[in-house]
Write a protein that binds this ligand. Structure first.
Ligand code: RIB
Ligand code: CA
Length: 313
């Protein structure tokens, strides 16, 4: 079993990713550290606790960073609404639950120390918790098998013309993470996610699934798929679930080694991931960057894994 840890800012695409991890047969899921991102921390934490309870996930949830390392909090609520995720159907009911700890960085550090083997660290939100963990204890990089992140882009952004949201929300944290010595990094950027497109027919597929848990999913999936166009006719990229899809079927993806630098000063480019593929001994790569995917097959993989998660409950 591969030990994994998830850092997330739920978020509907985070929700899909959580279900895919729960259904994976060969993962030992150690914990979730929650970070502010799609919405403020109190909202992303409440979302994580609701998802855990309603979908029977047996994994500790820890409260992480409410603010970026520098600057002010940036969320995606202008796109996703106050709850960080919308539904065209029933909302996911509130739960009476609390985080397993108020200090996700301490919990992650403890988990990395306690694991008998290096941990696969998955980051699908702003990188604040990860950066704080590595700042506190740089040697922990040796206990991380690989940091696999959804973030950045080899091309244009989504939150700004130049920057993808997770990186834009905390560029200083991303800069620390991409320069942390001894850390292996695998980056799934927007360039990759834009090959993995959710269409109306996929929503209709999920709308036919039975039961209340599927109904909650279908309502949020429908709203998510309509982000780019109210009638849903413009396909919507799947972001976070591509990380879990890689864990399920890595052969569906291709990668290129690159030197990735994070712009932290640019007036128009702050949060941009500048990817240089001209790597050499003199200018070594610091990340494997996802470049290609069998998009339709990956979407089917996501839906299959999510459906398996529903059937396991
Ligand atoms: O840019 C996409 C990323 O921003 C995803 O992780 C989504 O959940 C939001 O956090
Ligand atoms: Ca996310």
């Amino acid at each position: 079993m591969t030990p994994v840890w998830l850092d997330a800012d739920p978020g509907f695409d985070d929700w899909l990713t959580m279900l895919m991890l729960a259904a994976h047969p060969r993962l030992h899921w150690l914990g979730i550290s929650v970070v502010a991102g799609n919405a403020p921390l109190d909202v992303t934490l409440a979302n994580a606790l609701r998802i855990r309870q309603h979908y029977g996930l047996r994994v500790p949830v820890h409260a992480g960073s409410a603010l970026p390392l520098c600057g002010t909090l940036e969320t995606a609520q202008r796109v996703l609404g106050a709850q960080g995720m919308r539904s065209t159907g029933a909302a996911l009911p509130e739960v009476e639950a609390h985080a397993d700890s108020p200090d996700a960085v301490a919990a992650l550090r403890a988990a990395l120390h306690a694991s008998a083997e290096p941990v696969m660290l998955l980051a699908i939100g702003p990188l604040t918790n990860i950066a704080r963990t590595l700042q506190a204890e740089p040697a922990l990089a040796a206990r991380i098998a690989e940091l696999v992140l959804m973030g950045g882009s080899t091309e244009r952004g989504n939150h700004t013309p130049a920057a993808e949201f997770n990186i834009y929300a905390d560029p200083e944290a991303a800069d620390i993470v991409f320069n942390a010595p001894g850390l292996k990094r695998r980056m799934f950027g927007l360039n990759l996610c834009r090959q993995v497109l959710l269409e109306r027919r996929h929503v209709e597929q999920v709308q036919a699934w039975p039961g209340p848990r599927a109904a909650w999913l279908a309502g949020h999936l429908d709203a998510y798929q309509r982000i780019r166009s109210a009638d849903g006719q413009v396909p919507m990229p799947l972001y976070d679930p591509v990380v879990a899809a890689w864990l399920w079927q890595p052969e569906r993806f291709t990668f290129q080694s690159a030197r990735v630098d994070v712009e932290v000063h640019g007036r128009f480019t702050r949060g941009m991931t500048v990817c240089d593929f001209r790597v050499s001994e003199a200018r070594p790569a610091n990340a494997e960057v996802a470049m290609g995917a069998d998009g339709p097959a990956v979407v089917e993989q996501v839906l299959q894994a999510v459906q398996q998660a529903l059937q396991r409950i």
